[in-house]
Every structure is written in C-alpha cells, then in structure tokens.
Unconditional design. Sequence first.
Length: 175
Amino acid sequence: MSRMPILLLPLCVIACSDEPAAPTVSLPLTPEFTVGSGVTGERLAQATFAIRKLKRINKEYDWQVELKAKPALDIAVRRFTYAAGSQTGWHMHPGPVFIQVVSGTVIFYEAPDCKRIEVRAGESYLDLGEHAHIGRNETGEPAQDVTVLFGPPGINPDDLREDVSPAPCELPVLD
C-alpha cells in the first residue's frame, strides 16, 4: 500500500470559561432554522479515500491510530472566517469534524444540553457528528478556523452540513 497523507488535527476540547455570563436571549424550539450570519466558508480540498482499514503503530512515540471505512470515505478541508458577532446557525454533519481555531475565539454550543465550549486560537474542537451545534464569535474581533470533515464517499460538498432546528438554549446576545 502506498503512503497517503491524511490531515488530522489535535484533539483537545476546551472546558467552559469561568468568565461572567453575558446577557442572554432564549431561542424557542421551533421548526424554523437558525440563520447563520457573518460566517464565510472556503473549500480548500475534498477527496475520496478507499481506505477500508488503516492501522499505524509508531513504537518510537508510543502512539497508534486506526481508521476503518466501508466502502470508503471523503475527507474535506474548509476554512471558515467569523466576523465579530457572527454565527453559523444550528447544524449537523454526517460524520466527525475536526476543527482547529487559528485566530480569535469561537464558541460552540452543543444540543441537547446547550454545553458551551470556548475554543481559542491554537485550540481545537471535535464534533463527532452525532448532535446539532452552533459556532459563534461572541467577541468584537474576527476569528478563523480550519475544519476537516469526514463523510460518506462521493458526498456532495453541500451535504457535509445540514441545517437543523435550534436547540432550546439561552445564548448571549450578539452585537
């Protein structure tokens, strides 16, 4: 088997902040979607890998990785830029998503319990694709992340994200 470069990001989910709470607004659970605003995305790459099974053990680093996919998987890389006070809207993905914040701060809220996860530049967030979430820039400065999405083979790039109804969360008001 030939060597294949696969981009993976560090797995480091950051706990909630101890900062004082900002003003909140309640989002009722409705069949309507939460509209994203101020977030722009750029498609960097997407390819189908026929990996059935990949296992790599590196004894020097006491590290191993294992990846299985039937019949294959798509790996897509995107860059998202968040204007100050922007949000992605509530959405889900068909597979895991590795997110590396490269500048600024992005706050992720996860359904159903509205867990708040603050991710600063240099930190990362792993979304397993099992629940709805929203990404928000609640600061006055821009933010940016690089995202690696895993999905079914041959998936249309537009289907790597599905807009969903908002979770019944109390979120800070965006300026």
